[in-house]
Design a protein around this ligand. Structure first.
Ligand code: FAD
Length: 303
């Protein structure tokens, strides 16, 4: 349903709606896919997930950051969460969006903020994943990753299979910890596959390449059972040990399948977003899978 997808993407980018929804708390069923507004609530959610045998990657929600003061505030939230995870001794690592800590304001400012987060995370013995955002941020993100990889060993990034550059990047980072995804944004045909079959085929190739070549740890972040089961077959055929990879899924999605992977002995990680800025994230999840609209219907009838 490409029209619905475009509508939800459009809604996710509406600044007025983003600003308004920050003030009203989790609504319309968003609590099914967002871990919490505050750090304390989110820590409780992480404990629940840990108790089910899964690890967590947390994401401080925050979009449209155009002022340095806002970027510094978001950096503070991320550091607060890293410290809370350390103090509470829960099993979680960080996912960070560079646009939130100043990538679109000033590259050097963003680099300094990233270094600060990585330093605090290192003290907490925590890995930090730099999420990949839209293609407009791609060059600066790769540049920043290459810089921090020279200085830190607790950082990695995400490669999106819809980008034509993905194969080259997976080979470049074959010895690094990488999260592999299909890609969540709408990109032009000059830089990205448009057909789902091409994206899926590229995705499987990336997973197999990263699992076999180099020494990098592979995070396979998808809800697609066809991809996951084909990956598991590949892992068995090639005797790839379970400590070289993990599966990642978003909080609230395919919970039965998450549990099933745990029961089968596979490391499974839940991506838990939290914070006031939940709206754009929620809209993007609806864009990906309009069937998720039933979360909204249930959410409205509940409220
Ligand atoms: P899809 O192609 O959406 O679905 C394939 C098939 O899987 C569907 O046809 C259906 O049969 C089944 N399926 C999918 N979802 C469900 C469901 N909820 N219930 C039942 N069946 C389902 N994108 C980025 O661009 N940058 C990032 O940094 C990034 N990080 C991510 C981190 C995590 C942990 C995850 C899970 C995703 C991340 N993404 C990121 C999003 C990703 O790029 C995709 O947009 C998103 O995961 C949707 O694609 P998919 O691989 O899950 O499968």
């Amino acid at each position: 349903m490409p029209v619905l997808r475009d509508i939800f993407i459009h809604l996710s980018e509406n600044k007025i709606l983003n600003d308004t929804t920050k003030k009203i708390g989790l609504k319309f069923g968003a609590d099914k896919v967002v871990g919490g507004i505050k750090v304390e609530d989110t820590i409780e959610r992480i404990k629940d997930i840990n108790n089910q045998g899964m690890s967590v990657t947390f994401d401080n929600l925050g979009e449209f950051i155009t002022e340095k003061s806002d970027a510094l505030w978001e950096k503070g939230n991320i550091i607060e969460m890293i410290k809370a995870i350390d103090e509470n001794n829960v099993d979680a690592h960080a996912s960070v969006k560079l646009s939130q800590i100043g990538l679109h304001i000033d590259y050097d400012f963003c680099l300094e903020n990233t270094r600060e987060i990585l330093t605090v995370a290192k003290q907490a013995d925590m890995f930090v994943n730099i999420d990949m955002e839209n293609y407009a941020a791609y060059d600066d993100t790769i540049r920043l990753i290459d810089t921090v990889l020279e200085e830190f060993d607790n950082v990695g990034t995400v490669i999106q299979s819809y980008l034509f550059s993905s194969r080259e990047d997976v080979i470049k980072y074959k010895d690094q910890r990488l999260r592999l995804v299909k890609g969540a944004y709408k990109e032009v045909p000059e830089v990205a596959f448009q057909d789902k079959r091409d994206i899926d085929a590229a995705y499987l190739r990336l997973i197999k390449t990263h699992l076999l070549e180099g020494r990098g740890f592979t995070s396979i972040a998808t809800h697609d059972h066809n991809i996951i089961e084909e990956t598991i077959d590949f892992i068995k055929e090639n005797n790839i040990p379970n400590d070289q990879f993990e599966f990642q899924m978003l909080y609230g999605f395919r919970k039965d399948y998450q549990r099933n992977l745990v029961q089968r002995g596979y490391n499974t990680v839940v991506y838990v977003p939290f914070g006031y800025d939940w709206y754009a994230y929620f809209m993007r999840r609806l864009a990906e899978r309009p069937q998720n609209i039933n979360l909204v219907v249930k959410g409205i009838t509940k409220d």
